[in-house]
Design a protein around this ligand. Sequence first.
Ligand SMILES: [Zn+2]
Length: 346
Amino acid sequence: MIKNLITLLFFLGTAQVNAQLVILQYHHVDASTPPATSISPDDFASHLQLLEDEGMQIVDLATAMQKIQAGESLPDKAVAITFDDAYRSVYDTAWPMLKERQWPFTVFVNPAFVDQQYNSIMSWDELKTLQDAGNVIANHSMHHKYLIERPADIPLNDWMNQEVEAAETRLEEKLGTSHRLLAYPYGEFNLAMTAWLKDHNYLAFGQHSGPVGKVSHMQAIPRFPAAGVYANTKTLRTKLYTMPFAVGPQQLQEPVLPDASLPALSLTIPLQDFYASQLQCFASSEGKIATEKETQADGGLKVRTQASEPMPGGRSRYNCTAPSKAHKGWYYWYSQLWINKSVANR
Ligand SMILES: [Zn+2]
């Protein structure tokens, strides 16, 4: 009996690790572009070496997301690599390094900028070449606007059609493919947009950090930014060993805040394979924050967390983490995005 129970727990634990994915987000791979969104070729090489040394399995994002949704397993330690904005350095510098290892990747593109033949951005021919080599070219919206700042005279449906659907149509015209995968410009979204995208069959990716699993909100999929201040291989390594908390889509809170507000995040998490006593939440603006925990009669853990200072202008997040019991060295992770729109360029 005990032995069967242990076997069952082992299987449950293993299944959790296998049906999940860590997604890394990059922009430029170039030492001379803006540091906040760049990683140098040397540092990028170190990242790839780290992924290899840690035995990470680099998977195709589109296929992996289909499998996660279908409840199929992924390789242990699955990681997907993504690039936003289709910068030329991805073609010239990152691709040769990835090709050497035969690792696939995804590029999120703004079709209007490709059409305008921006010098820093890949051409349709180059994107097609990447696609033909086994990579995915997907949607980063038409013009890279702050999508949460919809003009008052444009209904949501029109706005999403002109910024998202039109971009998808253009990708299909130029490349013959439509994956219906959207990376939000700046990683910004609101609940109304997530509902529209769900209705229109899109999966949508932010940049609010965290791993993704079957239970995750499929229109608020986290990615780990891996460049700029996040390029350090030690902090990157920590993120590779993360698993999603079983926090369902209905627990996503509206990210867009009234100015200078002090949001509270409430979560209910089934008490499974994590040390509840070590569950701790952090605010990107201040580090460790007050984290109240209460065990429910039904075996769930109720968590309430709040920073001590209002969210600064721009994007912030709360991250909650707890170590796994069954998988030593792995952490469960959940992030909530907050946006204080008071800063125009954020
Ligand atoms: Zn972008």
